[in-house]
Design a protein around this ligand. Structure first.
Ligand SMILES: [Zn+2]
Length: 454
């Protein structure tokens, strides 16, 4: 079935030239022939998985064979989900968009532990213009399913969120057509498997394609990340997750074909970052507690210095700015002696990695720590500073690390077939999509991938 699907995929493209060069279109016809871009991210899918000729992803292979594939796509620092999803739709890195974690980093004024708040409005979190906002300005139809850093965003017409809202139109439509129950929407994340959530998110994307003909659809599939964290990348469990993601991609392509819009649709199948295996966890907050920077009062911890762990990176924040000049060199020297920590950057040094300056945002850390291979950081306040364990998976390591390289496949109406790229920056994705949809992203840092476009 999948093979026949892709015979259709390639046959349709043969007629594409005639479609796009037809002239004398009425305004209505132009609208119905306007280009469509569908972005599907497979969270944490490592580029190196593509090197395996027995990777069980026939749909992805077919799409890649009819389009452009990069040997690797370099993510931005930190190699974390929300910062990189934001880079994919803005064309700027964290030094400009200021997204440093999977939400807004909140530094409580009472000295308690840092919190990550995901459900803050996009305008407060993301300091950059996005593709969906640019598309809305041009009266294009936009949609998102499980996309991130997009809560409360203006410029998204149709949506099914990471935590779906029963009052949104798409969840209501899906309940009405019997795809999910109201109860399943209201208790979406409770005791549900990551595979089921990906299935429902795919259902939502299919519903949007079928009923609402978006010009730009952003779909984020998450199971690959969850499974690789728990079982490590390129393991049997990870391969099963890759295969399931492939099945979901196939359902989206089939929905596009069934809607009769395959000849004007371009697919981008991407990931936000790769994945690495580690067997040692460092908990730097344990050291801050031992050193007296964090104190325990009953069950409450308080301190002026806190670490936010992001797997292969850790961000250190000094709440009181008057203390920074004194504490930064002391803490840098201390952590330099901790085994498993590879590099420690001051905020000024970290700006060379694309980390924002703390003169511009409170999201910028005063120290940026990276872990050596086989080590990752945790936020834990108890237990040993470093502990060894069975293999787990993490990302967050420097974007120059080969394991962190991400997936880039583009294929369909706007893309030439048979193109292999070397390593590209993920900052080239947004300007490329902007070119296809004729949008303006003036702040994008890099050029569109003109070499892949028809
Ligand atoms: Zn991710």
């Amino acid at each position: 079935m999948i093979k026949s699907l892709f015979r259709l995929f390639s046959c349709t493209l043969i007629f594409l030239g005639a479609t796009v060069t037809s002239t004398a279109q009425s305004a209505a016809a132009a609208r119905t022939q306007s280009p469509i871009v569908i972005v599907i991210t497979l969270d944490g899918f490592p580029a190196r998985a593509l090197e395996d000729p027995r990777l069980p992803m026939p749909v992805l292979r077919s799409i890649a064979a009819h389009g452009a594939v990069a040997q690797a796509m370099k993510p931005i620092n930190p190699t974390v989900t929300w910062p990189n999803h934001t880079a994919l739709v803005t064309g700027v890195d964290a030094s400009q968009h200021h997204v440093m974690a999977n939400g807004l980093i909140e530094i409580p004024t009472d000295g308690s532990q840092l919190k990550i708040e995901p459900w803050v409005d996009k305008d407060r979190l993301v300091h950059a213009r996005t593709l969906y906002e640019a598309a809305t300005e041009k009266s294009l139809i936009t949609a998102q399913v499980d996309w991130v850093a997009i809560y409360g965003a203006k410029g998204v017409r149709w949506q099914f969120g990471e935590e779906p809202n029963i009052h949104d139109e798409i969840p209501q439509e899906m309940v009405a057509s019997g795809i999910v129950t109201r109860e399943q929407i209201e208790q979406f994340g409770d005791h549900s498997s990551p595979a089921w959530r990906d299935e429902v998110w795919t259902d939502a994307a299919v519903d949007i394609i079928d009923k609402h003909a978006p010009n730009l659809l952003l779909l984020h599939l998450l199971e690959t990340d969850t499974i690789q964290h728990e079982y490590a990348p390129l393991t049997s469990a990870a391969y099963a997750a890759y295969a399931y993601a492939d099945h979901c991609i196939g359902r989206v392509v089939e929905a596009v074909r069934a809607a009769g819009i395959l000849d004007r649709t371009t697919f981008f199948i991407l990931s936000d970052h790769g994945f690495a295996t580690y067997t040692h966890t460092i908990s730097p907050n344990v050291a801050l507690l031992e050193q007296g920077f964090i104190t325990k009062d009953g069950n409450r911890y308080k301190g002026d210095v806190w670490i936010k762990a992001e797997g292969g990176a850790a961000e250190l924040y000094i709440r009181n700015s008057a203390q920074r000049t004194e504490l930064v060199p002391k803490l840098k020297a201390y952590f330099a002696g901790v085994p498993g920590i590879q590099s420690i950057y001051t905020n000024e040094e970290a700006t060379a990695l694309g980390i924002p300056s703390d003169a511009n945002t409170d999201q910028a850390p005063q120290l940026y720590l990276t872990a050596a291979p086989d080590y990752a950081f945790s936020d834990d306040l108890t237990g040993q500073l470093t502990r060894q364990h069975a293999p787990l998976g993490a990302h967050g390591y420097p974007n120059s690390m080969s394991d962190m390289q991400a997936l880039f496949v583009a294929s369909g109406a706007a893309v030439k077939p048979g193109i292999t790229l070397g390593t590209i920056s993920n900052l080239r994705v947004a300007p490329t999509i902007a070119r296809i949809l004729d949008l303006s992203l003036p702040d994008a840092k890099e050029q569109a991938l003109d070499e892949i476009l028809r």
